[in-house]
Ligand binder design. Structure first.
Ligand SMILES: Nc1ncnc2c1ncn2[C@@H]1O[C@H](COP(=O)(O)OP(=O)(O)OP(=O)(O)O)[C@@H](O)[C@H]1O
Ligand SMILES: [Mg+2]
Length: 249
């Protein structure tokens, strides 16, 4: 398996508090890896370190075989790293198509500039319409985001991040507030239509994680305490104690 992401000995402190300690694992190309753990385990902190919004105190990170240590967030994006958009970056009054097209243009930067203004706009709109169509949302392309359901908006969020076919997409609780069926639909779209993009997925619903991920990494108090296939993780005694709230049996 070729790794798209390699974490080695990653540590992050906030003052005297260790939020991440010696975190090490890989995500393979095209792989879907679940990242689970109780509140405060360090999952979001790890995402911030991977994306370059926080600088780690220790360790090294490689993306597609190259060190990204010290690299600015935008440089990491240019090398194929994406995360789901914060809600704040979405424009509720604009349509699904307009929001995604905007993300395409923002992501593309220089990539679409050679088209020239009007050409770039229509190229971005075409990509947006195609992404919505693949996700079964063609009929919602001209609907303002504020009139869409929570589940549909979450799909649009994901499509915005997928606008430029990243090699690795980090998803921090994309299924929060979604029904089981909506969560399955969102992850199904990601896996089916964007199989070349590896996913690192944080979710609190472990049925979702176990159901959609090739491998699962479990964190507690800033450390990795277990990893493996969903079946392996389900049987791991320490994971059961720490996270699944089970005493076994
Ligand atoms: N900027 C910060 N300054 C100080 N402490 C922080 C900061 N960011 C996070 N922490 C602390 O680091 C720990 C890990 O937080 P983090 O948000 O990464 O956990 P999480 O696994 O994402 O939890 P949740 O499942 O609740 O989202 C927590 O104890 C949190 O209070
Ligand atoms: Mg978090």
């Amino acid at each position: 398996m070729t790794a798209i992401l390699e974490l080695r000995g990653v540590g992050k402190r906030f003052g005297a508090f260790s939020a991440l300690r010696d975190v090490a694992f890989d995500v393979g190309e095209r792989e879907t890896v679940g990242l689970i753990g109780p509140n405060g385990a360090g999952k979001t902190t790890l995402f911030n370190v991977i994306t370059g919004f926080l600088r780690p105190d220790e360790g090294s990170i490689r993306l597609a075989g190259q060190s990204i240590d010290g690299m600015a967030p935008a440089q990491r994006v240019a090398r194929g790293l994406a995360r789901t958009f914060q809600t704040a970056m979405v424009f509720p009054g604009l349509t699904a198509r307009e929001n995604i097209a905007m993300a395409v243009r923002q992501h593309a930067g220089d990539g679409l500039r050679w088209f020239g203004g009007a050409r770039a706009a229509s190229a971005a709109a075409e990509i947006a319409v195609r992404l919505l169509g693949d996700a079964g949302l063609a009929h919602r392309a001209e609907t303002p985001l504020r009139d869409m359901s929570h589940g549909e908006r979450r799909i649009v969020d994901a499509l915005m991040s997928l606008a430029l076919s990243p090699r690795l997409l980090l998803l921090d609780e994309p299924t929060a507030g979604l029904t089981r069926a909506e969560s399955d639909r969102l992850l199904g779209i990601l896996r089916r239509n964007h199989a070349d993009t590896a996913l690192l997925l944080v979710a609190h619903d472990i049925d979702i994680v176990f159901g959609h991920c090739d491998r699962v990494v479990v964190m507690e108090l800033g450390r990795v305490i277990g990893s493996g296939t969903p079946a392996e993780v389900r049987e791991d005694a320490e994971v059961r104690r720490a996270y699944l709230g089970s005493t076994g049996g």
